[in-house]
Design a protein around this ligand. Structure first.
Ligand SMILES: *Cc1c(COP(=O)(O)O)cnc(C)c1O
Ligand SMILES: [Zn+2]
Length: 407
């Protein structure tokens, strides 16, 4: 039987019919606890014979009733070597059903809400989690209400509306949407599936990335895993997955976790660099990587949790500029991957750490590529030069093409 446990004061909250979001004693973050790890072997955990994607690992997911699963075949994403490097790998999360890794946590959170009998889910999201919520809610037959910052990319707004969500824009940055969604969910009695650490089930979906990496790397533990970070549940989930692999006797060590943020909003990196145990909210987020611009205003404890894992794992935290991110977008494009700016941040972060001598060329590094380029086109379009045009009346159209492409 799984239960919820406070990370801070260790109080255990039994699973009821309503979802608990924070510890009733101290307000701390709740974790899912109680999987029978000692009684399981890896062959019990991986049900790849019968299930696909994240549900191969259903024994370690918090949804016990298979009929409650809302699935679009999320997870099971490819791992490629990074071109030009022998020991670096790209985990291509753009290949998820709605185009970002958020399908993993949201699929689990919405399935759990469905299992608990919810009829409406609400989320606050910088875009991708709202898209996933819209998609999985409609699969589960639930209504979805999504609150997004006013400047959310239109591509994402269009996608969530097409899946049928009720979309409301909220003036201000992501933290304003977060606070309002919380109030609305309490007032209306809707299940809040926000993918910070608020919904305790969501992070469980992120764990499946660790299990997949374990199989894709044939049991070898990467030295480093680099991750674009907003609040950091993706980073926490992958680390938790490795901890479980350790308890299952599958691996001896855990990877060093690297949090990569945008210079335009880097509250966790700032605390890491100053050696602080506290994370302070960021004032005015800016930049192209909209998917990771989370100022953490009102829930800085989420940043502290991520920072603790980064430090405990012996990892690192690094901020990258928009130019460095766009350089990584081009590099990924050159190997056939079309990625949104936030989705390329880990690749930019690893380059920066290599220049700084923090990561060696012979160390094994996995970089999470988190979202498709189709989801946030504007920054990419702004950097695309208009292609030359061959006019209808051109006297030598063939010559015009050959000279334009200079090949
Ligand atoms: C949400 C998101 C992230 C950050 O994930 P967190 O778990 O919120 O830190 C990274 N990349 C993309 C594309 C995202 O949408
Ligand atoms: Zn507590």
């Amino acid at each position: 039987m799984i239960s919820l446990r406070c990370r801070h004061c260790r109080l255990t909250v039994a699973e009821g019919n309503a979802i608990a979001y924070v510890c009733t004693e101290c307000g701390g973050i709740l974790d899912v606890d109680g999987y029978p790890l000692r009684d399981l072997s890896w062959s019990d955990v991986d049900d790849g014979e019968r299930e696909q994607g994240i549900w191969r690992y259903a024994r370690l997911l918090p949804v016990s009733n298979a009929d409650s699963r809302a699935t679009l075949h999320e997870g099971g994403t490819p791992l490629y070597p990074q071109r030009g490097h022998s020991f670096r790998f790209l985990k291509d999360e753009t290949r998820n059903p709605t185009g970002s890794f958020k399908d993993r946590p949201v699929c689990v959170a919405v399935s759990k809400a469905h299992e608990l009998g919810a009829d409406t889910v609400i989320t606050a999201s910088s875009g991708n989690a709202a898209v996933s919520t819209a998609a999985y809610a409609t699969v589960a037959g639930l209504k979805a209400v999504v609150l997004i910052p006013e400047r959310t990319p239109q591509e994402k707004v269009c996608q969530m509306a097409t899946y049928g969500a009720r979309v409301v824009r909220v003036e201000g940055d992501y933290s304003e949407s977060y606070a309002l969604a919380m109030k609305v969910s309490l007032k209306a009695g809707w299940v809040n599936v926000t993918t910070t650490y608020l919904n305790p089930y969501a992070t469980q979906g992120d764990k499946t990335i660790a299990y997949e990496l374990h199989e894709q790397l044939s049991g070898r533990v990467p030295d480093w895993i680099a991750i674009p970070v907003g609040a950091g549940p993706l980073l926490a989930g992958i680390f938790e997955g490795y901890r479980e692999l350790q308890l299952l006797g599958q691996v001896e060590t855990c990877p060093r976790m690297v949090a990569v943020q945008s210079e335009g909003c880097a509250p966790i990196v700032r605390a890491y660099e100053t050696g602080s145990d506290l994370v302070e909210a960021w004032d005015a987020p800016s930049g192209s990587a909209s998917g990771i611009l989370d100022p953490l205003r009102g829930y800085t404890q989420d940043g502290v949790r991520t920072l603790d894992i980064v430090r405990a794992s012996g990892g690192g935290a690094v901020a990258v500029s928009d130019d460095q991110i766009m350089g990584a977008v081009s590099g990924l494009g050159a190997q056939g991957l079309f990625v949104e700016p936030a989705g390329a941040a880990a690749v930019a972060g690893v380059s920066k750490m290599q220049w700084a001598g923090l990561i060696g060329e012979h160390e094994t590094v996995v970089m999470l590529v988190t979202g498709s380029g189709l989801k946030n086109l504007q920054p990419l379009i702004a950097r695309t030069t208009e292609p030359p045009l061959v006019e209808e009346q051109h006297p030598d159209p063939v010559g015009a093409v050959l000279s334009a492409v200079e090949m």
